[in-house]
Design a protein around this ligand. Sequence first.
Ligand SMILES: C[S@@+](CC[C@H](N)C(=O)[O-])C[C@H]1O[C@@H](n2cnc3c(N)ncnc32)[C@H](O)[C@@H]1O
Ligand code: SF4
Length: 451
Amino acid sequence: MEKIDTLRDYGLFDALVPRYRSYPPANHFVDRVGQQNQENWLGMVPSGSDVSVYIHIPFCKRLCWFCACRTQGTRTLRPVDAYVEFLIKELWGVKKQLAPDVKVARLHLGGGTPTILSPGTMTLLLNEVFKAFPRSAQFEFSVEIDPTEASRDLLSTLIDHGLNRASLGVQDFAPRVQDAIGRPQSLEQTRDVIAFLRDKGITALNLDVLYGLPHQTVESFGQTLDHVIGLKPNRLAIYGYAHVPWMSKRQVMIKEADLPGSETRFALASMARARLQDTGFETIGIDHFATPRDGLSKVQASGQVRRNFQGYTDDQSQTLIGIGASAISKFPQGYLQNAVATSAYQNRITQTGLAAHKGYAMNGTDKLVGCIVEDLLCRFELNTAKLALDFPQGQSAVREICVLLVRQFPDVFFINQAGLKMHDWAQPLVRIIANVVDEFTATELSHSTAI
Ligand SMILES: C[S@@+](CC[C@H](N)C(=O)[O-])C[C@H]1O[C@@H](n2cnc3c(N)ncnc32)[C@H](O)[C@@H]1O
Ligand code: SF4
């Protein structure tokens, strides 16, 4: 903790920087990259290759006040059932552009609350997914579950279709915190869903927890962590709560005066990290934890952790196809985002069968900087040896970035065999450092060093 003053001097408690789940972040996407790119890039996915598919379900029965996800409340299943018909049209619209023998290696249902679907509608959707995309040999199927909205029939339907990983939202178990974020959820409810899944053979379980919520103290959050550890997940995501009421209107229900200050947030995050490490979890990047035998820990050992829109992953696919309103696709050539509002998305699908409305086409410099940002966020290093192999034309850009970082953060990096490595104490600064690289690229590199 003696480094806290240095971290403060580097702006840890003031900086507002992106999470860098993509590079460039989604706020750099532009209108001129859209459906034409989507058709071209889908057509360029190599025949016989594996892709990952993400399907977004933007509906919830309850709307928790803290939530910044793209979702809307609904009391009935009518709009959900109608939306699933558009998802199916989009699946086939995408399929039409792809080589016929492309397979799905990873399927992830996220939201919103995918478990809001009725078993019948879920069966309809999954049957179409697997008709359009045969499963590859390494197939993994995961879903985000709200433990208060997860009927046993629906969970059984998912398991019957090959579900083998589940992610459950917890956030915090303290009643005072739950009241302040509009999300009641008991430990028993959560435990029951986990017991049901384990009983049916689903042992790969992730729990989402948040620090920085109203009324959280180190003591109360410690108790939540005790409960969470007692549920024996294989993975944990411990995210910092993002309070962005200008983007997510429902957050106005949360009183800013009840939020912990930035130094308490830091204490909460540090306590969680220490507690989980003491319990035997491996730390993955800035906010994930995994048991030593989990796939994320294995790819960490081999230096292959990746970062995507769900956070950290062991998924190595080159292509991620996002289906549904606001879903983002990733191709080696760049990113595409579907129309965000459900109605705009459905209109696009009706008109053309595809829904990309903006995106970003990567040039050589973007690809190089994307690798640097991913390296920093996943491994806290800048691997100059690997960059020299992958980007032989980019050596002067890499040198400029190294000089910039060492000059701006003199005591943060040391030199190792691979290149530059961050000291452990400095890891909380990694998003600030990625942002410095990002801004330098936008102002200096993009004009001078396109490779
Ligand atoms: C799609 S949501 C939750 C899935 C499911 N509907 C549930 O409620 O359990 C996925 C995760 O995003 C995280 N999340 C949502 N809003 C957030 C915010 N404002 N800041 C940080 N993380 C957030 C939460 O941890 C949440 O579990
Ligand atoms: S946390 Fe889950 S249930 Fe709550 S609003 Fe967000 S997506 Fe919906």
